[in-house]
Ligand binder design. Sequence first.
Ligand code: MG
Length: 381
Amino acid sequence: MPRVAAVIVAAGKGERAGGALAKQYVPLLGKPVLRWTIEAFQGAVDMIQAVIGVDDQALYAAAVEGLEVLPPLAGGPTRQHSVMHGLEALAHLKPDLVLIHDAARPLVSPRIIGAVIAALANGADAAVPLLPVADTLRRRDDGHWTAVPREGLMRAQTPQGFRFEKILKAHRDHKTLASTDDMALAELAGLAIVQVPGEETNLKITASQDFAAAERLLAAGLGDVRTGFGFDAHRFVAGDHVWLCGVKVPHDRGLEGHSDADAGLHALTDAILGAAGAGDIGVHFPPTDERWRGAPSWKFLDRAANLVRDKGGAVTHCDVTLICERPKIGPHREAMRAKIAEILKLHISRVSVKATTTEKMGFTGRGEGLAAQAVATVRLP
Ligand code: MG
């Protein structure tokens, strides 16, 4: 069996996609783009070497927590320099084959990875996923549009796979060439390139609208849709504020509880645990445990979402209903949605917070306490 390495190129600043955070660290369904990408290679290759931006050490460490990867390397001024850093660092591990992949393609499928490795195992020096061009092409020259015949034109995707020694030599021999992929170097080095079918879904996140498209495709790929339900209630006591859905709301009472008594986040945590079939909040955060005395409840929600992620899944939607006569929830609703979206690393459109009274009936109606209900949708592989 050949030993296969993967070089994940993640050194880009991602200015084209907009936003301050480099695109490879933007969350998709709660997980950074880069984590989806690296998880796609886990188990398919023997070693994974990421090349990252010099200032991105902390972001990278958080993104790959718990994954088996080689220590990251700092990238160079261009993509080609970054790839070469990765290849040089792998040289002493002597892999037979290497797959070079852009971090911004998180939807890379096991089929493409397998096809590239199979073509190399069958003797090819290089294997590249290619797709035909379907759209009509036009080029702007001197103020005029000219038609570009699409016959013979192909779109090159990644991962591009190579015999390790040959692509390393090609990089060393052509250091001054500026190329945006490794196929160009393989061509210059005279390597025999085999074409494998690319996939439309193996999209490269380039523009801001690509994130939503990638989320839809990732959610569709996680086929096992589960729904979980949660309920919680806390008693009003003396105080001057309550915590609800992660937001501090001024009030003439407080809520009694072992933690911060955030019934909204407790109900939601239970909903996620329920969808994952992972017990309830009392099992994970026992009220007898001093660690959780006065704890902020976002820690519970974060832990539940991580539990889903550890199963390879994602929380894709949630809906919380707060039940009380007072305080008024409306003025705080958007802040609550934003806070939950932040904790779950979800787009705010996937988070709902509602409120109702019980028309002065029951314990919530009499103002003895406050209750919350929540449903969460979780997708598992
Ligand atoms: Mg509670």
